[in-house]
Each structure stands twice: as structure tokens, then as C-alpha cells.
Design a protein around this ligand. Structure first.
Ligand code: PMP
Length: 407
């Protein structure tokens, strides 16, 4: 497909919205992406023509939604190159996927004195559930350190593996700095110590080819809403030999094999982790989003976003007093920065008045902020529909912030 950014823009209705009478410049894609017509139409289509609860009915509509839902699972499996669609558990998003892991993996495999490793750059979603597990089970949470640029110090990470390590749970891409971790190498080293690995792919899945077999990870979590899909749907990928052993997370309907008043047996994975009515409309919408992405091609998406990121970094660096937070050769389409001594909220508010949506604050990564000795950053993050004009607007906005707020 020819890469025509204006054509892509025309597929996202929200991008024609005006903010304070100005054209919306949406640079908050790391928080959530906008949705193309094809995804919105698919959601409408399900509600208008097929809506019916899945897995339970024998009637026509229920069979259609069940097929669409299970085909969506197949579509996800294909997209991440899972061996089987039975390795794909639908969840509400990355946060729920990691909570599921902290409960089900924790209850199945972890005991007092065991250890879990995370890194100092994690989103709270990949930190707090592990803290709670460690408290509950009297285990130890080990933290892989990062350097002054925000990059993992690999030899220090590798020193943390020992015979008590039960899992390494680590992000693929930092949501604050955009730094891409060398995930294949890390998984390789973990496996050499017989430690399984969970990858938080919330910030990588929308932007790069993520192949679970090539990475050789044991688990992976990501969210639909960050990859042009609906809110409230996400995925936990897991190897079957783990998923089929792990105790259920939530319980109730749809995940049982046989129930008596005394005892219940459960279905195999993935259904044993999907208690209650699943968000089948979300799953079908996610499959439409994956179709959308694959139709463009992740290489093209990555090239386009790389160009925008480099352009933004160059523009921001040319402004005296602007500090980029986190430096690495290998980065995704996220740029965090500070403008002189201006508070990130003030910067964000002024940019907002210009119609520019950026994220400000600690980005759910307070330990990383502490590491950098700051309370927050301004974060611009790019998607398929962003243009160099969007970046120009950001750079002009930052110059204005500087004149208004900095001495
Ligand atoms: N991990 C990372 C790296 C993230 O960027 C996010 C979202 N900002 C999450 C986890 C949590 O994702 P969600 O809110 O969709 O569950």
C-alpha cells in the first residue's frame, strides 16, 4: 500500500474535530490511539446485525457472534505468530493481563522466599501487581537497574537470576522514554537460567512487528485501545504448558467444565481465564484493528513514526532549554521532555489551548521519575495519522511555552 498520510487521516473521524476553534493535533497516542472508520463500523455492525451473547446459544445470532469472537482470537494469534489460538486469552487490557498473571501464575508456581524480577522503568501496571503478590506470599521483588539515560543495565539484570527466580516481567518499550529493550537477548538469558518471561508489549504492539515465537517469550500482555482498537479489550498470550496448569483468575460462568454444589472443574485455557460474558464486541473490533494495521504493514508504520520521532527530537533539541528525558539509539515513537523549569502541567495546558494534545505527569511510572530526579514530563507520542505539520505545531507551541514560562 502507498503510504499516504492524508488518506489515513481521512479514515479517523475525530481528527477533523476542532479544539478551541483550532485543528486538533493529537499527540497522545501512547495513552490511547484514535479509531478508524473500519473499526467503528465493525462495532456498529455487530450491535446492529449480530448482537447476541457468545458460547451459550444454539440460535443463529449466537453462533455468528461466537464465530466472530473465536475468529478474532485466531486473528490475534496470527498477528503475534502464536502457535495456537488457545494461547490467546482475552482480557480488559494490559493491566488486567498482568494482574491475571500475578494471581494465577503467582498462586500456581510461587512460594515464600521466591523471587520475581521487574525493572526500574516499568509502568505501575507491571510493578504494583508484583508488589502485592510478593507481600501476599512473602516473596522478594528484585529490580533491574537502569542508567542515567534510562536504559537497562543488562549485566546487572543478569546478576539477579538465581534458583529462587520464578519470573522476569519486563516492558518491551518504555511508555515514558520510548526506549526499546533488547528483548530477544533478555529472554535468551532468562531461559538460560530456566526463568520464564512476561513481556509488557503495551507500547510495542502498535508500532512494531512483535512475534512471540521469534522473541521466544512465555507470556505477553497488550491492550487493544493503543493499537486503533476499542477500549476495554486486551490480550494475555501464554504458552499452553503454563496456561493449562495455572489456576483460574476470576470464576463464574463460561469457564467451567462441571459444577456440583460441592466442587467445580474448569475448562482448559483460554476459556478458564475468561469468566462471565466476554467483551466479544471488543474482541471483534480488535480483529478489525489488526486488519487495519496489517493492511498498512507494520514496517511502513514503524518507518513513518521513526521519521516523525527523529524530526520531533531534532526540533525539540534545537530549542535552548528543552531537555529530552531518556536517550537511546533504539527508541519507539515516544518523546518525553521538559521545557526549562516550566512545570509539565503548565506546558501541557498551554499546548492544549493551541489544540495540541500531549500527556503530562508521571505517566504511571513514578519510580522512573524518581530515577531522573523529576516529578513528571511532557510526552508526545506518534501514530500512523500524525504528520510533520503536527510536529511543527508542537515545536512552535513549545517555543511559545518557553517565552511565556521561562526566564
Ligand atoms: N504498560 C505500559 C508500558 C503502558 O504504557 C500502559 C498504558 N499506558 C500499560 C501497561 C497499561 O495499559 P492499560 O491501561 O491499557 O491496561
Amino acid at each position: 500500500m502507498i503510504f499516504d498520510v492524508n488518506f489515513f487521516r481521512s479514515q479517523f473521524p475525530i481528527l477533523s474535530e476542532k479544539i478551541y476553534g483550532k485543528q486538533l493535533v493529537y499527540l497522545d497516542n501512547g495513552a490511547t490511539t484514535q479509531k478508524p472508520h473500519s473499526v467503528l463500523e465493525k462495532i456498529m455492525d455487530v450491535y446492529e446485525r449480530y448482537n447476541s451473547n457468545v458460547h451459550r446459544g444454539v440460535h443463529h445470532l449466537s453462533n455468528i457472534t461466537t464465530d466472530l469472537h473465536e475468529n478474532a482470537r485466531k486473528r490475534v494469534a496470527e498477528h503475534i505468530n502464536a502457535i495456537s489460538d488457545r494461547e490467546v486469552v482475552f482480557t480488559r487490557g494490559t493491566t488486567e493481563s498482568i494482574n491475571l498473571m500475578a494471581y494465577s501464575f503467582g498462586e500456581t508456581y510461587c512460594h515464600e522466599g521466591d523471587e520475581i524480577i521487574v525493572s526500574a522503568m516499568e509502568h505501575h501496571a507491571n510493578l504494583v501487581p508484583w508488589q502485592l503478590l510478593c507481600e501476599r506470599k512473602k516473596m522478594k521483588l528484585r529490580i533491574a537497574p537502569i542508567d542515567a539515560n534510562g536504559c537497562l543495565i543488562l549485566p546487572e539484570l543478569y546478576k539477579l537470576f538465581n534458583e529462587r527466580t520464578k519470573l522476569l516481567s519486563i516492558t518491551h518499550v518504555s511508555n515514558v522514554t520510548g526506549i526499546v529493550n533488547p528483548i530477544e537477548e533478555i529472554v535468551n538469558e532468562a531461559h538460560a537460567h530456566h526463568v520464564p518471561v512476561l513481556i509488557d508489549a503495551a507500547q510495542s504492539m502498535p508500532h512494531m512487528i512483535v512475534d512471540v515465537q521469534a522473541i521466544d517469550c512465555d507470556f505477553m500482555a497488550f491492550s487493544g485501545h493503543k493499537m486503533y482498537g476499542p477500549n476495554g479489550i486486551g490480550v494475555l498470550y501464554g504458552r499452553r504448558r503454563f496456561l493449562d496448569e495455572m489456576v483460574p483468575y476470576q470464576s463464574g460462568g463460561a469457564m467451567i467444565d462441571k459444577v456440583t454444589l460441592e466442587k467445580t472443574t474448569f475448562l482448559p485455557a483460554p476459556l478458564r481465564f475468561e469468566a462471565g460474558t466476554p467483551d466479544y464486541v471488543g474482541a471483534i473490533g480488535l480483529a478489525a484493528a489488526i486488519d487495519y494495521i496489517d493492511n498498512i504493514g507494520k514496517e511502513s508504520i514503524r518507518d513513518h513514526e521513526k521519521h516523525l520521532t527523529e524530526y520531533a527530537l531534532e526540533g525539540l533539541r534545537s530549542i535552548d532549554g528543552v531537555r529530552i528525558i531518556g536517550e537511546s539509539e533504539n527508541r519507539s515513537s515516544v518523546v518525553s521532555f521538559l521545557v526549562g523549569d516550566a512545570h509539565p502541567y503548565d506546558t501541557g495546558m498551554i499546548l492544549d489551548k493551541m489544540g495540541i494534545a500531549v500527556r503530562t505527569g508521571h505517566h504511571c511510572a513514578q519510580p522512573l521519575m524518581t530515577h531522573f530526579g523529576i516529578t513528571g514530563t511532557v510526552r508526545a507520542s506518534f501514530a500512523i495519522y500524525n504528520t510533520t505539520s503536527d510536529v511543527d505545531a508542537l515545536i512552535d507551541g513549545v517555543k511559545r511555552v518557553k517565552t511565556m514560562l521561562c526566564k
